[in-house]
Write a protein that binds this ligand. Structure first.
Ligand code: PHE
Length: 339
C-alpha cells in the first residue's frame, strides 16, 4: 500500500508540474483529491490494515494529501496570474487614438440672424434695449393708440394673465418704455419674443420673434425711414435686393407702410417660396403717430420719428431657405446642427 501511495504521489507531482492550463490543474485536483480520487480510494482501503499499521499509513496518506493540496493551490495561482497577464496583453488599448471629442454646440439660426441684424443696426448708431415679455395692456395697446374697442386688437389676440396683464403681442411696447425713460434723440432696437393666440402651421406660431426699431429726433422724415430700411435689407439679403414700400395701416404710425424685398429664393421671378409674386414681406413700419409721442410726453410739434417691426422668424426662414417655421421651435438637433 505504501508503494502504491508513493507511486500515486510521484505521478501526481509530475502531472502538476506539467499542467499548463487552469482546466488541467482542476482535472488533477479531481483525479487525486476528489471524492472518487485516487488518494481518497487509498484512504478507503485503510480498513484492511492492522491496528498498528493504520495510524502510520493514515499519517502518510494525509501528508501526501496535504502536499498535493498545497501544490495544486500554488499552481492554480500561478496559472491564474499567467492567464490574467495574457488577457491584459491581448486587450491592450491604443491610447494614442484620438478621443471622441464632445461636440461644441452652435448658435440657433434665430440667434445668428438676430445677432447679424443687431450688428447692422449698431453700425447705423442704434442702441439695443430690452423690454418685458409679460406686459400690461397699457404698454402693449393703450399707449400705442389701440384703445380697448379698437378693431386692430382682433389681429393681435393674446394670452392674458389677468385683466390688465398679458403676454406682449409686439415689441412695439418697447417704444413706449424707451420714450418714457430717454429723451430724444432716440435710436434704439429691441429684439425679443412675442406671443399671439395663433394656430400653429408652417408660417404661424403662437410664440415668435420681432425686432422693434425706433428713431425720434428733430426733423426725422419718411426719407430717413426708407434709407435705413433699404440699407438694412441690402445688408441682410444681399446688395442686389430690391425693396418695395406698400401703404398700410398701424394704429401707432401714420403714414404706415409694409416693406417687401425681392424673394431671395428666385430673385424676384416668382417661385413657391414667394407664392409666385417675386416679393416677400419682411416688416411693418411708419412715422410714429403724434398721439403716441404725446402719450410719452414728447411734443410732436418739435419732434418726429419712425418705427419699424421686423419679423425675426420670417427673416431667418427666408435667409436660410427654411420651409417651415416649426423647425425653429422643435429643437431637433439634426436640424439645428446645420447652422
Ligand atoms: N408692431 C407691428 C406688428 O407687430 C409692426 C410695426 C412696428 C409696425 C413698428 C409699425 C411700426 O405688426
Amino acid at each position: 500500500m505504501k508503494a502504491k501511495l508513493e507511486a500515486i504521489r510521484a505521478e501526481a507531482l509530475s502531472a502538476i508540474k506539467e499542467a499548463d492550463t487552469q482546466a488541467d490543474i482542476e482535472n488533477l485536483r479531481v483525479k487525486y483529491l476528489g471524492k472518487k480520487g485516487e488518494l481518497t480510494a487509498i484512504l478507503k482501503m485503510m480498513g484492511s490494515l492492522s491496528a498498528e499499521e493504520r495510524p502510520v499509513m493514515g499519517q502518510l496518506v494525509n501528508e501526501a494529501k496535504q502536499e498535493l493540496d498545497n501544490l495544486i493551490a500554488e499552481k492554480k495561482q500561478v496559472l491564474q496570474a499567467a492567464a490574467a497577464e495574457e488577457k491584459l496583453l491581448s486587450e491592450t488599448i491604443d491610447i494614442t487614438l484620438p478621443a471622441k471629442s464632445a461636440k461644441p454646440g452652435n448658435l440657433h439660426p434665430l440667434s445668428i440672424v438676430t445677432n447679424d441684424m443687431i450688428d447692422i443696426f449698431r453700425s447705423m448708431g442704434f442702441d439695443v434695449v430690452d423690454g418685458p415679455e409679460v406686459e400690461t395692456d397699457h404698454y402693449n395697446f393703450e399707449c400705442l393708440n389701440v384703445p380697448a374697442d379698437h378693431p386692430a386688437r382682433d389681429m393681435q389676440d393674446t394670452f392674458y394673465l389677468g385683466e390688465e396683464v398679458l403676454l406682449r403681442t409686439q415689441t412695439s411696447a418697447a417704444q413706449i418704455r424707451t420714450m418714457e425713460t430717454r429723451k430724444p434723440p432716440i435710436r434704439v432696437i429691441c429684439p425679443g419674443r412675442v406671443f399671439r393666440a395663433d394656430e400653429v402651421d408652417a408660417t404661424h406660431s403662437p410664440v415668435f420673434h420681432q425686432m422693434e426699431g425706433l428713431v425720434v429726433d428733430k426733423g426725422v422724415t419718411m426719407c430717413d425711414l426708407k434709407g435705413v430700411l433699404e440699407q438694412f435689407a441690402r445688408e441682410i439679403y444681399g446688395p442686389e435686393t430690391k425693396v418695395k414700400f406698400r401703404p398700410s395701416f398701424f394704429p401707432f404710425t401714420e403714414p404706415s407702410v409694409e416693406v417687401d424685398v425681392t424673394c431671395s429664393e428666385c430673385g424676384g421671378k416668382g417661385c413657391r417660396v414667394c407664392k409666385g409674386s417675386g416679393w416677400i414681406e419682411i416688416l411693418g413700419a411708419g412715422m410714429v403717430h403724434p398721439n403716441v409721442l404725446r402719450s410719452c410726453g414728447i411734443d410732436p410739434e418739435v419732434y418726429s420719428g419712425f418705427a419699424f417691426g421686423i419679423g425675426l422668424d420670417r427673416t431667418t426662414t427666408t435667409r436660410h431657405k427654411i420651409s417651415d417655421i416649426r423647425l425653429l421651435f422643435e429643437n431637433d438637433k439634426r436640424f439645428l446642427q446645420q447652422f
